[in-house]
Design a protein around this ligand. Structure first.
Ligand code: C5P
Length: 311
């Protein structure tokens, strides 16, 4: 893909995320579940270049196979650009070029990062000067994870996961991500959790139950202590994801047998995130997993949210 030159091109970047803790509460009337999650933005990025056009288009490239991605109006980046144009009363369009590095349908918020970076890029390209709060309001309508891709860092998400409050975090955490060759449908994994809870009625959350993030997670993040975080990581979507894709259980074992402090399914999966103690251990685990034919990439966090690289 050739990246357009000229001063009319705006480049923005947004990160993928790992949910180091994710508790799912009751299913709401709007089809979403009440969540309590701790997000960490990590150093796998989506890059968006926006240039002027009469209508809206998107084209993908990147370190991963992007051939299966939709590029019509149902694409989240196009929806983001259209939503901002509508809100700002902008009558033109945009040509988006997106370079992807976050696994597709992997539970790491890659599509959400595309949308977040697109909002920033279009805002700068069109001179709409939306405030951060306005961008966050549009982001929340696009998807539950989009606001976090805008803010980045480390944050607690409640509501659908879109109501954010920053969490104190010290230092850097090092991750090795086992990337699957297949994607998983987020609604499908939530639906599997609901089916499981219906089958095992005793597991059903009382309607009034408000999930919350475990205090040990907050303390581990605050202390920058990977061993403590490893002990307290948790994901309610892990069991349904493993039920739908049982092979991921072996991937979790391989990481833990080869030096990970702990492994967790990222979001709704299928990416498996392994927490390690430092960058040397990350390299060792990546090499070990690669030798076992598990595609693994390294990342660290927290990193900043969506930002302009060049305007
Ligand atoms: O908002 P987003 O498009 O990322 O959500 C995808 C789907 O995941 C939703 O349609 C819903 O089925 C499920 N979901 C949920 N509860 C949440 C977030 C997502 O049930 N808090």
């Amino acid at each position: 893909m050739t990246i357009p030159e000229a001063s009319t091109v705006v480049h923005a970047r947004a990160p993928g995320k790992i949910n180091v803790f994710l508790k799912v509460g009751a299913l709401q009337d709007d089809g979403y579940h009440e969540l309590a999650t701790a997000f960490q933005a990590v150093s796998l990025y989506e890059d968006v270049w926006a240039s002027p056009a009469d209508d809206f288009s998107v084209e993908f490239s990147g370190s991963i196979d992007t051939s299966g991605l939709v590029t019509d109006g149902s694409n989240l980046a196009i929806k983001a650009a259209r939503a901002l144009a509508r809100k700002a009363g902008y009558r033109g369009g945009v040509r988006l070029k997106i370079s992807k590095n976050v696994p597709i349908a992997g539970g790491m918020g890659g599509g959400s990062a595309d949308a977040a970076a697109t909002l920033l890029a279009c805002d700068a390209l069109w001179g709409t000067e939306a405030s951060k709060d306005e961008l966050l309001t549009i982001a929340a309508k696009l998807g539950a994870d989009v606001p976090f891709a805008v803010t980045g860092g480390t944050a607690i998400g409640t509501g659908r996961g879109d109501q954010l409050s920053p969490a104190l975090a010290k230092g850097q955490f090092h991750w090795v991500l086992a990337v699957a060759e297949f994607g998983m449908s987020t609604p499908g994994v939530y639906a599997e959790l609901d089916r499981h809870r219906e089958r095992h009625a005793q597991d059903i959350f009382p309607a009034a139950h408000q999930p919350s993030v475990d205090a040990n997670v907050l303390q581990a993040l605050r202390a920058g202590d990977p061993a403590m975080l490893a002990e307290s990581m948790y994901n309610d979507l892990q069991a349904p994801a493993l039920h739908l894709a049982p092979g991921l259980g072996r991937v979790l074992e391989l990481g833990e047998e080869n030096g990970a402090l702990a492994g967790i399914i990222s979001g709704s999966g299928p990416t498996v995130a392994f927490l390690v103690s430092d960058s040397d251990s990350a390299l060792e685990l990546q090499v070990a997993l690669s030798a076992l034919r598990v595609h693994a990439v390294r990342a660290s966090g927290p990193v900043h949210g969506a930002r302009l690289i060049h305007a």
